[in-house]
Design a protein around this ligand. Structure first.
Ligand SMILES: [Zn+2]
Length: 282
């Protein structure tokens, strides 16, 4: 398993990879550009190529994450901006040698009464984004927690949307453990049951990255607040069981947990390695 955390690109793409490496990480996640904006970035291709090379040299795996305002079910004015922004993220991820770009399942916020309308918007957007995309980097759709909007919490929705787009081979999934637990996907102690269903739905084989987060709020709270591993409400044994899933053994596992200013994720990565991963393997 490749374990790491979300890191800053303050010092560029190569800088982010170096930062992850110095943390003792074997994987990391980054924002390809300003996370608060959909503005397309003219990126430094030499820096991205150097990042790719550094990651190959050190067997580091990376994933990118789209900006916060990205919404795959957006329409009207923000449709075009979202489209261009996600294409830009894919181009940067490809240049940096990343596995893919994580994007949250869409949230429909318009006025249409038809409950399927939001899903149709999302499928149209995915088709538009991917029509001209020929790179290796995948779009990795992340399960939502359901805060304020019920779309995208279930494996059924995720796999259904993937199966309905023109190029499903360009799409994988990112499983967020906090979102899964705080919504309806996983109780924290029933992974065997979830995994059986995940195999049946062809969800599991398309999971390409894991966001490893504990949860401040309980199961079915539909609230998204990440806690440090072992400090939240997800049973530690449940996380161990999830991480021991055979299909997950080569995946990047990324912490998106809080840490005090000035402190890094180094200790938490060590904790996960010692308490969750090695405990599993021995
Ligand atoms: Zn996440």
């Amino acid at each position: 398993m490749y374990i790491g955390a979300h890191v800053s690109i303050r010092n560029g793409y190569l800088g982010a990879a170096r930062l992850a490496y110095e943390l003792g990480a074997t994987a990391y996640q980054y924002f390809p550009k300003n996370p608060r904006s959909l503005q397309v970035k003219q990126f430094d291709e030499r820096d991205a190529a150097a990042c790719r090379q550094f990651c190959q040299q050190h067997d580091l795996r990376s994933i990118a994450h789209t900006s916060y305002p990205t919404n795959l079910a957006a329409e009207d004015g923000s449709y075009r901006m979202t489209l261009d922004s996600v294409r830009n993220d894919l181009a940067i991820a490809e240049a940096c040698g990343s596995i893919g770009v994580v994007v949250h399942f869409g949230q429909y916020k318009g006025k249409a009464k038809d409950p399927l309308y939001g899903y149709r918007r999302m499928i149209a957007m995915l088709n538009d984004i991917l029509a001209s995309w020929s790179g290796q980097a995948l779009l990795l759709i992340e399960n939502n927690v359901g805060q304020g909007n019920p779309m995208g919490m279930t494996m059924e929705e995720l796999t259904q949307v993937r199966s309905l787009i023109d190029a499903p081979e360009k799409v994988g999934f990112c499983l967020d453990t906090c979102h899964a637990f705080a919504s309806t996907l996983w109780q924290g102690d029933n992974w065997a049951e979830v995994v059986a269903r995940a195999r049946e739905l062809h969800y599991l084989e398309h999971v390409k990255a894991i966001h490893l987060n504990d949860s401040v709020f309980p199961h079915r709270s539909f609230r998204d607040r990440h806690a440090n591993i072992g400090k939240g409400l997800i049973p530690q044994g449940g996380l161990q069981e999830l991480l021991s899933t055979q299909e997950f053994q080569q995946l990047p596992v990324i912490l998106e947990t809080p840490h005090p200013p000035g402190q890094s994720h180094k200790a938490e990565i060590e904790y996960v390695n010692a308490r969750l991963l090695h405990a599993v393997q021995t």
